[in-house]
Design a protein around this ligand. Structure first.
Ligand code: PMP
Length: 347
């Protein structure tokens, strides 16, 4: 992907222009880029015909607003259920409160997912919202919540295309790109077409799903380069065996690290309940006196082996390993060997 991008930054398809800035969003070349990205995505996720695919700006955070602005009026009462399992879904719920009544269905210490019998879903809700993978808390859903026919909305920003997913179970799926499907700047929205047209009047045009569908995601200048890179990454995923192959890899890679934690006799501990441990963002801590000093030592060692960004998010602390699709099994083996070696030295 990087080599192809490099060539086309210098000379896009032999046209003597750069894909970085000189391919106009109104040109047939960009129309081809856009179509290719959409086709790859439709093929990878087997997206049914009655779903529209949008490439927008504003990130996951933009969608925290766009979702209620477009969907909260699906039912008269203007209320929505939020399954809050971590910081991202909590932020989304807070944003939705600006537009309607929000019912927080699920809230705890962000390290577990309750049994569905304990949720008090509201039959009048316009939609039920959840975040498939809470990247800060290291909590991931390994099932799709049953909402008893209420429209289901999911933030898949941090595990998009790390597994296959049955799109037909959802009303809206969104994902801000980054690690798994390219560089920052573009947000994928997949929306079922019968949900279009309920948008609140005050919704900014760029967040209005119906307007963006009618304009094929180019109501205003789109993030052309990010969409181009995403297309290349999606093609790479297809050529690597698709979402199913990514899922196999993600399961295998995360198991290697969780095994290293669970077999460490308590030297390393993971704060998340086993059944909802994230396969993309693995959180753990060193369970020893002077933990902070030891963790800093581990980060320094890892940096010497070209493994960076292992420090947990500021609000959570500890160690966080992010296993994006491009992280190889060999990379994980190197990390596991380092973890074992570090433990032997400091037990
Ligand atoms: N949801 C999840 C699960 C995330 O991990 C993030 C940030 N990476 C966001 C939402 C926010 O996305 P953005 O920074 O693109 O607004």
């Amino acid at each position: 992907v990087l080599l192809k991008a490099q060539q086309n930054v210098m000379d896009f398809e032999g046209l003597g222009i750069s894909v970085l800035a000189e391919v106009s969003y109104r040109s047939p070349e960009f129309a081809r880029i856009l179509k290719a990205s959409e086709n790859h995505l439709r093929e990878l996720l087997k997206i049914p015909e009655n779903y529209k695919v949008l490439f927008l700006q504003g990130g996951g955070t933009g969608q925290f607003s766009a979702v209620p602005l477009n969907l909260i009026a699906l039912k008269e009462g203007r209320c929505a259920d939020y399954l809050v399992t971590g910081t991202w879904s909590a932020k989304a719920a807070l944003e939705a409160e600006k537009y309607g009544k929000v019912n927080i269905v699920h809230l705890d210490t962000y390290n577990s997912i309750h049994n569905a019998n304990d949720w008090n879903l509201n039959s009048d809700a316009s939609y039920v919202y959840y975040c498939a993978n809470e990247s800060m808390a290291g909590v991931e859903w390994d099932f799709i919540p049953d909402t008893k026919r209420t429209v289901l909305v999911c933030d898949m920003s941090s595990n998009f295309l790390s597994k296959s997913v049955d799109v037909s179970k959802f009303g809206v799926i969104f994902a801000s790109t980054q690690s798994n499907i390219g560089c920052t700047g573009v947000t994928v929205v997949i929306v079922r077409e019968d949900l279009l047209g309920f948008t609140l009047e005050e919704c900014p045009a760029i967040f209005n799903y119906k307007i963006q569908v009618e304009n094929n995601s180019v109501y205003n200048t789109p993030p052309c380069f990010s969409i181009y890179i995403m297309g290349l990454v999606l093609e790479w995923i297809k050529n690597s065996g698709g979402a199913e192959a990514m899922e196999e890899l993600t399961v295998a890679k995360s198991k290697m690290i969780y095994d290293a934690i669970d077999e460490s006799n308590g030297f390393y501990v993971c704060p998340v309940e086993v059944k909802c441990r994230s396969k993309t963002n693995i959180l753990f801590q060193i369970n020893k006196d002077k933990k902070d000093i030891l963790e800093k030592k581990l980060f320094d060692k890892a940096t010497n082996h070209k493994m960076i960004l292992l420090k947990g998010h500021g609000s959570v602390g500890g160690i966080r390993v992010s296993l994006c699709n491009a992280v190889s099994v060999e990379d994980v083996q190197t990390l596991v060997a380092l973890m074992k070696n570090f433990m032997e030295l400091h037990e």
